[in-house]
Design a binder for this molecule. Structure first.
Ligand code: KG4
Ligand code: ZN
Length: 398
């Protein structure tokens, strides 16, 4: 085991549109977690990679400096520097990795590469009861703007984790569907938090959206790949893949059929002029302004969309947990902040006496504390990155 002096890891995250630095002690105690969210993308309805890299470059030094200051920690006291290797935007990841390498070199501390998806899972584990760390297998749903993945996580002898992907979206991520539908309805980016807040004012039963049944076993695989997978192990091949592009199209069709477009365009212009598009998603004043201009039909559509998506996720997660006899369930990623998803999963898990854990809202969306937490078992196991570490935009987990 590597000798650990203070148990302090500096984590750095820059895979998408949040520049974040955190200091975490012993993989659990967050001394500082600074997150700078890039508001520049709001006007474009999605993340613009070129702008994201530039914003990371601008933010990385002040963000790390602030985290070190808040934690009252010096570079000499650190045990390691952890950074997101992927998946994510290449140029965005590059900023975090380059900076982490520089700190690692200057402070003479090892560098640890972390998979962003593993980070999301550790956002839950770091806060959850210790018993979660021993649950085998643990079922993890990572649901965000970039991912909708289901993993079976197994603790291993050296304290690190082994993952197996047992389901994923075949098209859009759930958060992406939220964002695209919000854009279609003339709401700001990121749409998820807006839709979540507005859904409370609509009737979730107004529009009965349905999800097509996906052929689970062979979905998305070529015959060659399928044969290889079948040959590779006597593993259970049951898959729990998902698809979100259908509901997005259904909402678009509804909007067209009900001739909502002119109203939407008009409202969007009003909300932009009122500054709603540049407000933070949680801003109550901006939300009230939006509510003043939203008609009941749109609110019902939002509530119905939310009910269908969260119901679909809940059913899929429960089916997977039953199939794999999961001993615990963790849910993380931006969409884990969704109130309806939390409510539906909490109810279902309680009925089945299945331990369930979500991260706090602050650790649901992208942050560096989860990167430092995921790096902790790697530090103890001596799993360090080469100093030639590069971004891996398509990095997979399991
Ligand atoms: O994890 P995250 O910060 O970044 C990615 O790795 O994607 O997740 C951001 C995503 C966005 O799509 C955003 O709309 C969605 O999470 N999101 C939500 C909520 N809060 C954030 N979706 C639904 N309900 C929410 N409350
Ligand atoms: Zn994420």
């Amino acid at each position: 085991m590597e000798s650990v002096r203070n148990g302090l890891i500096l984590g750095i995250e820059s895979s998408c549109d949040e520049t974040s630095a955190a200091i975490v002690r012993n993989g659990r105690e967050v001394l500082a977690n600074v997150v700078a969210s890039q508001l520049v993308h709001a006007d474009y309805g999605g993340v613009v990679p070129e702008l994201a890299s530039r914003e990371h470059l601008r933010a990385i030094v002040p963000v790390v400096r602030e985290a070190m200051h808040l934690a009252n920690v010096s570079y000499e006291q650190l045990d390691a520097v952890a950074v997101t290797e992927g998946p994510g935007l290449a140029g965005a990841l590059l900023v975090g990795i380059t900076f982490a390498k520089a700190v690692s070199l200057a402070a003479e501390r090892p560098l640890i590469a972390v998979n962003h998806l593993e980070g999301h899972i550790h956002a839950v584990l770091m806060e959850a009861e210790a018993s979660f760390a021993a649950a085998d297998p643990l079922l993890a749903l990572v649901v965000s703007g970039g991912h909708t993945h289901l993993y079976l996580a197994h603790p291993t002898d050296d304290g690190t984790w082994r993952y197996r992907n047992v389901g994923k979206t075949l098209d859009d991520a759930a958060g992406e569907a939220y964002d695209k539908v919000a854009k279609l309805l003339g709401l700001p980016y990121p749409g998820g938090p807006w839709m979540d807040a507005l859904a409370a004012h609509g009737d979730p039963k107004a529009v009965p959206f349905t999800f097509a049944q996906i052929k689970q076993k062979a979905s998305g695989r070529t015959p060659v790949k399928l044969a290889r997978e079948l040959a590779s192990a006597q593993e259970d091949m049951q898959r729990f893949d998902l698809s979100f592009s259908g509901i997005k199209t259904a909402v678009r069709r509804y909007v067209e059929l009900h001739e909502m477009r002119p109203r939407i365009a008009e409202r969007e212009a009003v909300l932009r002029a009122a500054g709603v598009f540049t407000a933070k998603p949680g801003d109550a004043e901006a939300r009230n302004e939006a509510l003043r201009h939203l008609d009941q039909e749109t609110l019902d559509l939002i509530a119905s969309f939310q009910a269908s998506v969260t119901g679909y996720l809940t059913r899929t997660v429960l089916a997977a947990s039953e199939h794999f006899e999961a001993r615990g369930l963790v849910v993380s990623g931006g969409v884990a902040a969704n109130r309806e998803l939390r409510r539906a999963l909490t109810d279902a898990a309680r009925q089945r006496v299945l331990p369930l854990s979500f991260p706090s809202i602050a650790l649901s969306t992208d942050n560096a504390a989860m990167i430092a937490a995921a790096a902790w078992p790697k530090l103890l196991a001596g799993q360090f990155a080469e100093d030639t570490l590069e971004p891996v935009p398509q990095l997979r987990l399991g």
